[in-house]
Design a protein around this ligand. Structure first.
Ligand code: ZN
Length: 271
């Protein structure tokens, strides 16, 4: 970047009190300004424009950028305020039970695992975003393993066929069934007790006969899950328990600040 550009870049940064980043990517059609998730002012520049032109464009829109930065700051503060806190030594819900969160630091493959009443996070850093990814991956792996088996079990009992099973993390639904019988489940369901997960499986399989929520559909569900109302109610009352899977901050429990260290010898783990 030429000296003059550098000057206007610094000028914009000091005017706005925010870092600036210039982005050039193939396929960009329009010059755009935005405040990204990290609170940086991002200028996306298509090939036909120079950096100089783009910086001038930003300079011309300083007032607008200032307002956007303010809004973004407010949004992030709001998010932080509502963010669930995950505490070492605290618990997370899994299959309707509480599993104690434990950090196992050591040079081993970073992963999270449910075992013996614990959710063990193996990794060297205390980084909420990394932990969240590892934990989500573990919930999803457990869902594949558990729910695929339950679908096979209930499909046989209900004498239904089905197509593909996929797993997602929708915000608003626990499952779905297409006309052609492809099933999709929200892997966050794994927080709930087995009978509640079974209810969702039965619900989706019942859609093989009735694609609506008519009385005939519900009587089909009731045939296989007489407690479906309670189970549905459980999901409504407890769904907030999975919010931490979207974002959380980590609190280190004073008793648990010293991580357990794992030595790796010849590929075997020993505690
Ligand atoms: Zn339904």
């Amino acid at each position: 970047m030429r000296r003059r550009n550098l000057l206007s870049l610094q000028q914009i940064e000091s005017e706005l009190q925010a870092p600036l980043c210039l982005l050039r990517r193939r396929g960009l059609k329009r010059l755009t300004l935005m405040v990204n998730r990290r609170g940086q002012v991002q200028i996306s520049i298509p090939w036909q424009h120079s950096d100089e032109f783009a910086l001038q464009f930003a300079l011309d829109n300083l007032e607008w950028l200032r307002k956007q930065l303010e809004k973004s700051k407010e949004r992030r503060a709001q998010l932080e305020k509502n963010q669930p806190v995950l505490r070492l030594g605290g618990t997370v819900p899994f299959l309707g039970q509480e599993f104690r969160l434990r950090w196992i630091s050591g040079r081993t493959r970073a992963r999270a695992e449910f075992a013996d009443g614990e959710l063990r996070v193996y990794c060297t850093e205390v980084d909420a975003e990394l932990w969240r990814k590892l934990i989500c991956r573990q919930y999803e792996a457990q869902a594949r393993w558990h729910i695929e088996e339950r679908v096979a079990y209930w499909a046989e009992r209900m004498r239904e066929t089905y197509g593909r099973i996929s797993f997602r993390a929708q915000r608003t639904r626990w499952g779905s069934c297409t006309r052609s019988g492809n099933l999709s489940f929200n892997w966050k369901l794994m927080f709930a007790p087995p009978e509640v997960i079974d209810y969702v499986v039965i619900h989706e399989l019942a859609h093989r006969q009735h694609l609506d929520h008519s009385p005939r559909f519900w009587s089909r569900v009731a045939e296989f899950d007489p407690y479906h109302k309670e189970h549905q109610d459980y999901l409504k009352r407890h769904q907030h328990r999975v919010h931490f899977l979207e974002s959380f901050s980590l609190a280190m429990d004073p008793i648990a600040t010293d991580p357990v260290t794992v030595e790796v010898e010849n590929g075997n783990l020993s505690l």
